[in-house]
Ligand binder design. Sequence first.
Ligand SMILES: *Cc1c(COP(=O)(O)O)cnc(C)c1O
Length: 396
Amino acid sequence: MGAIHDRLGLVPVINASGTMTALGASRVVPEAREAVAEILAAFVDIAALQKRASRAIAEATGAEAGFVTSSSASGMVLGVAAAMTGADPAAIERLPDTQGMKDEVVIQAGHLVNFGAPVGQMIALAGARAVAVGTAFDVQPFHLEAALDERTAAAMFVVSHHVVPTGQVDLATFIRTAHAQGVPVIVDMASEYDLTGAVALGADLVIWSAHKFLGGPTAGIVAGKHDLVRAAYLQHRGIGRAMKVGKEGIAGAILALEAWGRRDHAAVRAGEMKIVEYWLAALAGVAGLALRVLPDWTGNPIDRVEVTVGEASGLHAWELAERLAARNPSIRVRDDMVEAGVLHLDPCNLDAGEAALVSTAIRDEVEAALARGDGRRQTFGEFRAANLADALSFPG
Ligand SMILES: *Cc1c(COP(=O)(O)O)cnc(C)c1O
């Protein structure tokens, strides 16, 4: 931390929230940083670079082919577009006008979530229409079967902590049911570690973020069946032009994928567990806080510390998160469950020194709040409204 923040006049951030796109997602691995710096100073045939990416993606995922796009969000749009146009160049140039094409994308109601933008909007952006099946907490194979018909271009499945965690059709059943009607399946698993499982189950297109756990630059990795990958890539002759990735993103994603394959995952996990243990010790005895280790709820190999922020801390969970963020350096914790009174501390982007700053800051903020007696004043609704107002205030 330091030089670049000083030069740009920015407050440095300690990221205890995980691989959040809004915080720069991850520390890019050295191999990818070097590749980015090198290729930025050179010319390259982009199509040849994407063919090289296809080989790296096939190697890492077991898929037939792949390419790099600007983000997972754009991968979702391009995948839907591909399912509608195939490799027809006229259809590709015509989107988002879908006249004469199958243009429905079937998706479980509990998967129509917001990952930073609505999933359904990514479907609509290609010109398609999202058809929700079932209800939020109850989707069964018969709901899916009833919705698959001659208008269905694709079925989309989302793997994420954002989706409704129960009552959905599992991926294997989802793929089997869609394939029985000849419908291709697009899987968005932007922040999942598993690079091979969905491909092995027969998913036609699978999407990950290069900038999340892979430690690459901002980009999306698209892998899948040869023809659908080709059709998705060819969207760069149409709507994909507005979502293109540059040479630096493609090269960086390739190097990040290859580095992932060589990474000592057990050693990384052991380092993360050390931070978790450290936090449990460092935060024990802070007034009002209850701690437990929470395994990742989509099965990624990562454990986080769940901090329940009780009344005796003098703060609501959202107030504690906000006060941590207002510090310099700004400390960002995982706050998507604050309404339930809990924060999560994620070790994956931290070194030991930063981890210590996180727990020290939490202790300080609780002690300061108890001394001032000014916490537990803001309702969750007020916090949410203030957060939205802040987000909408750009550029200030
Ligand atoms: C992060 C995320 C996205 C968006 O990824 P970007 O690469 O930032 O566009 C989409 N879907 C899910 C499930 C995500 O977690």
